[in-house]
Write a protein of this length. Structure first.
Length: 353
């Protein structure tokens, strides 16, 4: 399925270059014919009116056909192929050898693989310019923006827990780079967002390899897991605040066109946090060697998954008192608030052990 998606994506990337080339070629021919027609001189005899009319009609027919293909086929069909909200809860988990399972850090592996998935396997739509079909999308770019933000925050938390690891600091810094940079920014050549994020993934992966080869260590202490859980709780609370601000700003509007962007950006962040909570138990086994901590972690994950899998056909930000329309932001905020509370309680349980 992924190979078919990549083939189709490459097809649409190529077709825009071919079509633009044809349009430029048509205008060049039209310009040459116009110069011949406008040329004045004693010995010059312009072509007949009928030939000129036939020529213009013939070429505009092709031109309009290409424009029609762009507007009706290229952009809508291409946008459907670029649209991808991947919420695989088992992402990053693969069968490994016993040696690797005892030494690797699942959180690091998931983070690097998630970056690679979004910038290499999927098209990173927030950075694509207007001549890509993804320009018609807003949910997928918002979702991928949220993923990058969530990965940056988790990487920063891991860097706090492992302050001596420079590669984590560098990766967290690279992930703060704006998501909307293609190869040109403000009409000047620029380093693309994809290149920056790809470098961040490589740094995380190199750290993972150094851990496996025992050149570096990872902090598996209870203090580290307390820090990470605390940071995740703070980030989820921040998501609730963002949703609350949008709910208040849109409650008197008939149609809140920003609601879906906020909804899917938060969904991207929540997806990262869910995967990190999933990996906590493996990476910090000593911290989850009792039923209390495991139960709190599982409770938080169950509620967070409910927020993650809210999938309305149209995101609505209606008033809380309405009888006719839901408020999907309010529903997501409720689940996230409960998750944040569960994580705060989990932190207390870890400290008491």
């Amino acid at each position: 399925m992924k190979e078919k998606f990549l083939v189709l994506k490459n097809f649409f990337q190529k077709i825009h270059r071919v079509c633009l080339g044809k349009i430029i070629g048509i205008f060049a021919i039209l310009w040459e014919k116009t110069k011949i027609f406008l040329k004045s001189g004693v010995d010059f005899t312009p072509p007949s009116k009928q030939k000129i009319v036939s020529f213009v009609i013939g070429w505009w027919h092709w031109l309009l056909g290409i424009v029609f293909a762009f507007l009706v086929l290229y952009y809508p069909a291409g946008a459907l192929l670029y649209h991808r909200i991947d919420l695989n809860p088992a992402f990053g988990i693969e069968k490994q050898s016993d040696k690797a399972e005892n030494q690797d850090v699942q959180m690091l592996k998931t983070l690097s693989a998630l970056i690679q998935r979004e910038v290499d396997q999927n098209a990173f739509t927030p950075a694509l310019p207007f001549f890509f079909p993804s320009v018609l999308l807003d949910n997928t770019p918002a979702f991928q923006t949220g993923i990058v933000f969530g990965i940056q925050k988790v990487t920063n938390a891991l860097s706090e827990a492992n302050p001596e690891i420079e590669s984590l600091k560098q990766a967290a810094d690279l992930l703060t780079y704006p998501v909307s940079v293609w190869h040109v920014h403000n009409w000047k050549p620029a380093v693309s967002s994809v290149k920056k994020y790809r470098t961040a993934a490589q740094l995380i992966q190199e750290y993972q390899e150094n851990i496996i080869s025992k050149k570096m260590t990872f902090n598996h202490s209870k203090t580290a897991v307390e820090l990470i859980v605390s940071r995740l709780a703070e980030e989820i609370e921040l998501c609730v605040e963002i949703l609350d601000r949008q709910i208040q700003s849109g409650e008197r509007k008939i149609l809140d066109i920003k609601a879906d962007d906020i909804f899917y950006e938060i969904k991207g962040r929540v997806y990262v946090y869910y995967l990190m909570l999933r990996d906590l138990k493996k990476d910090f086994e000593t911290a989850f060697d009792n039923d209390r901590s495991v139960q709190k972690l599982q409770t938080g994950m169950i509620v967070l998954k409910k927020a993650l899998y809210l999938q309305p056909l149209v995101v609505v930000n209606a008033s809380a008192e309405t009888q006719f329309a839901p408020n999907h932001l309010l529903g997501m905020g409720f689940y996230l608030s409960q998750t944040a509370l569960d994580l705060v309680q989990l932190t207390k349980v870890l400290k008491s052990e």
